[in-house]
Write a protein that binds this ligand. Structure first.
Ligand SMILES: [Zn+2]
Length: 485
């Protein structure tokens, strides 16, 4: 008896592409009938024409410049080479190889001998996207991990994580430099509250050692991580910094590293029923990347190499823009802040000593980031424009000779139009994208990823492949090829 697991355009499908050796994810998303193939590389494929298919079929690649089929092996029934593709009789199962040529999207078409379409596999041929990372081990005056031990462990975990990304998404993650010894000159606490911006800034600043190398992402080994509102955190990614607890080893260590790299590459947690790498329900247990993950991470622009703690080019458009009303300020830190936008255009809206509020905290963050300003903790905690903030602002303005000659001859300690614009412009110079990658948290109950863009992706890809018929070309995730005999 045949169970019809496959649906195309709402009609039961009885032809389906499947993994010929399940258990090793290599860029096949069975449910979406999608396969990533590296340009110049090869992927295995299985194809099953079930007994209830009305006619024998031909399978071939719509664009032989992008992909080609070879190494036909008949698992069951009868099949033969026909032109650049294969003739497959009803009730037969085959496996073969897909070779990738020119990058782009194409399809393996399935048609009857009379040319009637019966289904297809989306094939996305990817050039290799290369990223670099540098490892670091965090310590502070009180917490000093055994660096050799945890450094080697982190390096091993990252190698395994890189292998997952290479095999499934053709993204190559290459380690640069030695392991950076990041000694943070403050007590970071245990557990380390990693959604505390001050701690992230402190770690970023302490990373500027002679060992620091230009890289796309910086991966830090840490002790126990928590969020203020969630103790179940094993890893966390902010901007181009991934934090991973030192305790993870083996498969678990590889998966959490690969998961955090996914956030760095622009992915949010996945939603829906499938268990995959970006799922975060009860911990990360599966390395599977679906079509959306593979396509999304590959479409990001290539960022220049940046120092830790600064934004890299973020995922563009697709429902990700969190900024509110646009004003004249452009930096990720300032743009859209109503109070600071007012400061940028109106003299009476100067921000002056004594002010309190989130806008003051942003000014403090800016002078700390740009000049390494030393602002006392009480002022930071209260977001208060106190004496040390005033000194930092004055130093910033003096250094740059920001003086309004209309009414003064030397710099003062208030933030007016010229100062906010200077801060903003310098911040913009140190970031690349318009939007920061969101602080992606990995508490074990996260449930957001833009579903709308996920829905659009198959149709965008399909139209790139010249396949307009694609609406629902979906197969069941658990399906397997029949055995020989
Ligand atoms: Zn996560």
């Amino acid at each position: 008896m045949i169970v019809n697991l496959f649906v195309s355009n709402g009609v039961e499908m009885s032809v389906v592409f499947l993994d010929p050796s399940p258990g090793n994810n290599d860029g096949l998303d069975v449910e979406s009938q999608y396969q990533m193939v590296p340009a110049g590389g090869v992927r295995r494929m299985g194809f099953w024409v079930q007994d209830d298919e009305p006619e024998d079929v031909i399978v071939y690649c719509a664009d032989p410049n992008k992909a080609y089929l070879f190494a036909l092996y008949t698992i069951k029934g009868h099949a033969a080479i026909q032109g650049s593709g294969y003739f497959v009789k009803r009730g037969s199962a085959i496996r073969f190889l897909i070779g990738g040529r020119d990058p782009g999207a194409t399809v393996l078409k399935v048609e009857t001998a009379s040319g009637r379409p019966r289904g297809f596999l989306l094939v996305s041929v990817k050039p290799q996207l290369r990223r670099t990372y540098q490892l670091a081990i965090v310590s502070d005056p009180i917490h000093v991990p055994a660096k050799d031990l945890v450094g080697n462990n982190l390096a091993t975990n990252m190698l395994a994580a890189a292998k997952l990304w290479l095999e499934q998404a053709n993204i190559s993650l290459e380690r640069v430099g030695e392991i950076n010894d990041v000694v943070v000159p403050m007590d970071l606490g245990d557990p380390l509250v990693i959604d505390d911006v001050d701690k992230i800034i402190a770690i970023a600043q302490a990373s500027h050692t002679p060992q620091l190398q230009a890289a796309d992402v910086y991966v830090y080994g840490t002790w126990n991580l928590v969020y203020r509102l969630n103790p179940n955190v094993g890893g966390s990614t902010s901007y181009n910094m991934c934090f991973i607890e030192n305790q993870f080893t083996g498969r678990g260590g590889a998966l959490i590293c690969a998961h955090e790299l996914g956030h760095f590459l622009g992915l949010q947690h996945s939603t829906g029923g499938r268990v995959d790498l970006l799922m975060q329900a009860m911990g990360i247990s599966n390395d599977f990347l679906d079509m959306w993950d593979i396509e999304w991470t590959n479409q990001l622009p290539w960022p220049p190499r940046l120092a830790p703690g600064f934004y890299h080019a973020a995922a563009s458009s697709v429902g990700e823009d969190q900024k509110g009303a646009r004003g004249s300020l452009r930096s990720n830190l300032f743009a859209g802040d109503v109070r600071l936008e007012a400061c940028a255009v109106s003299n009476p809206s100067h921000v002056t000593p004594g002010a309190i509020g989130p806008h003051v905290r942003k000014i403090q963050a800016a002078v700390m980031a740009l000049d390494g300003a030393d602002i006392v903790k009480a002022e930071l905690d209260d977001a208060r424009y106190g004496p040390s903030t005033s000194r930092a602002v004055l130093a910033y303005k003096t250094k740059r000779a920001i003086i309004n000659r209309a009414y003064e001859s030397q710099a003062d300690n208030i933030v007016g139009i010229m100062t906010i614009k200077a801060l903003d412009s310098e911040l913009v110079d140190r970031q690349v994208g318009e939007n920061p990658i969101r602080t992606n948290r990995c508490p074990r109950a996260c449930d957001f990823r833009p579903p709308r863009s996920k829905d659009n992706l198959p149709s965008n890809l399909a139209s790139a492949a010249g396949e307009t018929r694609r609406l629902q070309n979906m197969a069941s995730a658990g399906a397997v090829l029949p055995r020989a005999g």
